[in-house]
Write a protein that binds this ligand. Structure first.
Ligand code: UDP
Ligand code: MG
Length: 345
């Protein structure tokens, strides 16, 4: 934790001489990646002048991930594994990671090595300078295909226009956060965890470090188009009421033009007498307003369904097991590996 409060703007904040850095890594079916990830990360941080812990979240993996994580935790006392009872999604996994991490600073990263571990030391250096949040900023998106780049760009543009908070463009979840920031995020009560938005919402002194995002080291992406679309929708609806409010304005504009059109029809009827043309325009209007109404009801549905989820107040995730070695330096709690193994075998 910060030892000296930041009193004067611009004056570097003293961080603990030997801080504890937590690395939080959500994993879902990552059997091919976790070992390589652990070795690579440990290669980078082993020499650092800080203590560290690695908190893996096993997000209900259906492959060998759980067993591999168990073996890793058995081998290294700095590793702790939080296993979910089923797949709750990356946002829930990151939430759990922040809940369980004990460090003075917490780094969230993917296990597919798309978040280069070499950046960790740069993150920590910036944190020591006094920044509370240090995030990785993708220099380019060449590792993504054209469609993903295009949709991502569109998402950031729309999101930053309609929401109260601004997400820095081309920024993933890869970031370091000071303990104060982590505590603030933990205090946010909502169930809809659109973490990118929450990270931005809490604010604090932030800085980005540019990096080139490599291809996945192994395995395949867990986010197909449909999942990404729902993710984007979650972002819009959780961070903006604009889609909800736009209908009153749209309705107002349409009412205005309807009034003008009505006046034209009435005048024409009075002047030229009654006639009955306009079957086509009538049909167009009916179809148009019919669909506008259905869309607006759909948007209401998006918000109401989220209200419903919030009101139920179910936990964001369910933990099946937390395991780490009994001699783990950072953890007292956690099921001993032996007991976990027994239960799992
Ligand atoms: N992930 C997770 N739960 C999920 C989906 C993904 O914990 O339901 C993890 C995954 O194991 C990886 C990270 O989130 O560590 C990012 O996933 P992925 O690499 O598939 O996303 P992309 O980089 O393609 O956006
Ligand atoms: Mg990835």
């Amino acid at each position: 934790m910060t030892t000296i409060p930041r009193e004067i703007e611009g004056v570097p904040i003293a961080r603990p001489a030997r801080p504890l850095i937590s690395i939080v890594a959500p994993c879902y079916n990552e059997a091919e990646s976790v070992t390589l990830f652990t070795e690579t990360v440990m290669g980078v941080i082993a020499e650092g002048d800080f203590d560290w812990e690695l908190v893996f979240i096993d997000d209900g993996s259906k492959d060998e991930t759980g067993a591999i994580l168990l073996a890793l935790a058995d081998k290294y006392p700095e590793i702790r594994v939080v296993a979910f009872s089923r797949n709750f999604g990356k946002e829930a996994a990151m939430t759990a990671g922040l809940d369980y991490a004990k460090g003075d600073a917490v780094i969230v990263m993917d296990v597919d090595l798309q978040d280069p571990p070499e950046l960790i030391n740069a993150f920590i250096a910036k944190w020591r300078e006094g920044f509370d949040v240090v995030y990785g900023s993708r220099e380019d998106r060449t590792s993504d295909d054209y469609a993903k780049r295009f949709t991502a760009e569109g998402f950031y543009r729309v999101f930053n226009k309609i929401s109260g908070v601004k997400i820095p463009e081309n920024t993933g979840d890869y970031r370091l956060m000071d303990r104060r920031v982590v505590e603030t995020i933990k205090s946010l009560p909502e169930r809809s965890r659109f973490m990118k938005g929450l990270f931005a919402w809490v604010g604090y002194r932030s800085v980005g470090i540019a990096y080139k995002r490599p291809e996945r080291a192994a395995g395949t992406t867990k986010f197909n188009f449909w999942r990404l679309w729902n993710f984007a929708l979650e972002g819009f609806v959780s961070f903006s009421t604009a889609p909800l409010r736009v209908w009153s304005y749209l309705g107002g504009v349409v009412a205005f033009f309807s009034f003008l059109y009505a006046t034209v029809i009435i005048l024409r009827t009075i002047v030229t007498g009654s006639d009955v043309p306009g079957y086509a325009s009538l049909l167009v209007f009916i179809l148009f307003f019919g669909s506008v109404q259905i869309i607006s009801v759909g948007v209401l549905g998006e918000y109401i369904s989220r209200l419903f989820v919030e009101v139920k107040r179910r936990p964001i995730y369910v933990v099946d097991d937390v395991f780490s070695r009994i001699d783990s330096p950072t953890v007292a709690a956690g099921t001993p590996i032996a007991a976990t193994k027994e239960r799992r075998l």
